[in-house]
Design a binder for this molecule. Structure first.
Ligand SMILES: Nc1ncnc2c1ncn2[C@@H]1O[C@H](COP(=O)(O)OP(=O)(O)OP(=O)(O)O)[C@@H](O)[C@H]1O
Length: 575
């Protein structure tokens, strides 16, 4: 796995030390049955001097303690390596997930990205940990045990080896079935989590529409599916270990019976039989571990590939060379030049969009739902790249502007943006360490200061998850304050005042016009009243421009705009 090698490489030294310690521990374990047989067959039989028995007994205790100390130390080192190594994988994976282009996110899908960061990294951590713990121990016990027993009594060893293939085949079979069954259990768990998530998010509407009983039944169904999957897995896997124990016990019985026969014929000694039973347990346990490691490898490599796909995904939106997209000397501050765009596997969402927005002017965008308004904003912010045409700011193609620089130009509030479960202050400041005065100023302009100050804790009032302790209009005003707080050059309000009453909406627009007259504004709205005073209004329909101009111009020239306007307010607006 070349991809993981770069993450494991920095820990190669500590891993080697850990493996060396593990080797000493395992060798010590391997020595114990041999010493035992030596005590029983040689020392007890020769003169039985108690001092010698104590001496060899102490040696056994020494090896047992050495094995314990080495294994504990090596296991701790293995845990550290797997933890630190996976931390780096997770770090890179999270960073890359955050820097994927819109196209890439659509292709990977969000649930899949979530499970790559959680389940897949967990599988990788588990494997790196196990391979260090068992990767040395199991082969040494397996092959070392075989060699020692062959040296002690080759005849008995061959009998013992005869049982091993049966253990190997049963382990392989059980592990294969186990993977399949537990994948089924995992799917059932995912399903249950999905239903719980949906129901807990929609609990209010479920209650309001008296759907509690129906949702209860839906939950019961997925819950029962999970129980059935777990029962099936439990039944099959529950008999796996006893079968394995049975095979091992049968092997031991063979060894003891045959050993007894050979002891009677003076071909071997009783101490060796005792040692053989112990070696047999060691060897078969090691064999089971090796087989399971191979099965684990399949799961691990699938997860590693899924992680690699994201970490090594080509940087979708890196700045491109100005040679390819040279700056243009033009009047407009924000210019869209014949832009067309389609989402993957979809028909063209935007077609031939052009407009030029002077600095400090405002653009309203209006159109039916699904007409492409948000998509246009996504392109202006370069969350997606245009398929053809260009978006330019101050004559520079945005594809040539580094992401950090580009995104500093914008302040944006979207309709369903998220709020953290944190203080209102932090939700407005948004990790930008803005001074308190800037936060308050933004909240005042966003018409949010009054309701914030009505909370006893004011700006330190803590929001619930998903801000359920705020009304829809209050949430929108906090989001608008967030967009305003850093004094952006381009302010984008994407359907972000839809929950405000007309009066508050009008006050908000006036305050923005007064305090942010330096900013170039783009306002996406469903209400004509929200865009009426903009310098230019863009009317979109099915991704095409139907009209572009100010309110008066559009009322005369754009039938769709006139219809929307008249249907909403009979052509007149309450400000
Ligand atoms: N990530 C996406 N992948 C594929 N298609 C998408 C994606 N996002 C939006 N679309 C589609 O693109 C079209 C335009 O969507 P967009 O969100 O831009 O419309 P909108 O005018 O902002 O709508 P609304 O007013 O309802 O927010 C819709 O048909 C939508 O289904």
């Amino acid at each position: 796995m070349k991809f993981l090698y770069r993450y494991v490489k920095p820990f190669a030294g500590i891993m080697l030390v850990g493996l060396f310690i593990k080797t000493i521990g395992t060798m010590s374990e391997l020595a114990l049955p041999y010493i035992l047989s030596y005590i029983l067959d040689e020392i007890v039989k020769s003169d039985g001097r108690i001092s010698m028995i104590v001496l060899w007994g102490c040696l056994m205790i020494f090896f047992a303690l050495l094995a314990l100390a080495c294994n504990v130390k090596a296991n701790r080192m293995a845990s550290k390596v797997s933890r630190d190594c996976t931390e780096n994988v997770r770090h890179d994976l999270f960073y890359r997930t955050m820097t994927l282009s819109g196209h890439q996110i659509d292709t990977f899908t969000i649930p899949s990205l979530e499970s790559r960061i959680t389940t897949d990294t967990y599988n990788v951590q588990n494997f790196i940990n196990r391979i260090q713990r068992l990767g040395v121990r199991a082969p040494i016990l397996l092959f070392g045990g075989m060699i020692v027993t062959l040296v002690m009594d080759s005849y008995l060893s061959l009998v013992m080896f005869g049982v091993l293939p049966a253990i190997f085949l049963v382990t392989l079979f059980v592990s294969r079935i186990g993977v399949r069954l537990y994948t089924g259990v995992q799917k059932a768990v995912d399903n249950m989590i999905r239903v719980v998530r949906e129901d807990s998010q929609g609990i209010r509407v479920i209650k309001a529409l008296s759907k509690v009983k129906k949702e209860h039944q839906r939950y019961d169904q997925v819950n029962q599916k999970l129980v059935r999957a777990e029962r099936k897995a439990g039944l099959v896997m529950g008999s796996a270990n006893p079968i394995m124990d049975l095979l091992m016990n049968l092997g031991i019985i063979f060894v003891v019976l045959l050993g007894a026969y050979r002891v009677m014929g003076r071909q071997t000694q009783p101490g060796k039989i005792v040692a053989f039973t112990q070696y047999f347990t060691m060897i078969s346990t090691a064999l089971i571990s090796v087989t399971r490691m191979f099965m684990m490898y399949t799961k691990f490599s699938a997860s590693a590939i899924r992680i690699k796909e994201v970490v090594d995904a080509p940087m979708g939106l890196t700045p491109l060379s100005e040679k390819k997209y040279p700056p243009i000397n033009e009047e407009g501050y924000l210019v869209l030049d014949d832009v067309s765009f389609a989402y993957p596997n979809s028909k063209e969402t935007l077609q031939h969009i052009s407009f030029s927005l002077p600095r400090r002017s405002s653009l309203g965008i209006i159109g039916a739902t699904g007409s492409g308004k948000t998509t246009l904003i996504n392109l202006i912010m370069r969350l997606y790249d245009v398929d053809s045409g260009a978006v330019r700011i101050k004559g520079r193609d945005i594809r040539t502007i580094p992401e950090e620089e580009l995104h500093h130009i914008f302040g944006i509030a979207m309709q369903n943006d998220f709020l953290y479960s944190d203080t209102i202050e932090e939700n407005i400041s948004f990790g930008r360490d803005l001074p308190h005065e800037s936060v308050v100023r933004a909240a005042k302009i966003a018409q949010a200061d009054d309701f914030i100050m009505s909370f006893s804790k004011g700006y330190t009032y803590v929001l619930n998850q998903k801000a359920t302790n705020l009304s829809g209009g209050q949430k929108q005003r906090i989001l608008i304050a967030r967009a305003l707080a850093a004094d952006p050059d381009i302010l984008i309000l994407d359907d972000s005042s839809s929950a405000l009453d007309y009066k508050t909406d009008a006050a908000l627009r006036q305050a923005i016009a007064r305090h942010h007259n330096d900013a170039t504004q783009i306002i996406v709205a469903q209400r004509v009243s929200s865009v009426k005073s903009c310098d230019q209004i863009l009317v979109l329909e099915e991704g095409k421009i139907l009209g572009l101009g100010d309110h008066e111009h559009l009322m005369k020239t754009c039938e769709v705009y006139r219809e929307i306007s008249e249907s909403q307010m009979g052509g007149n607006f309450v400000e």
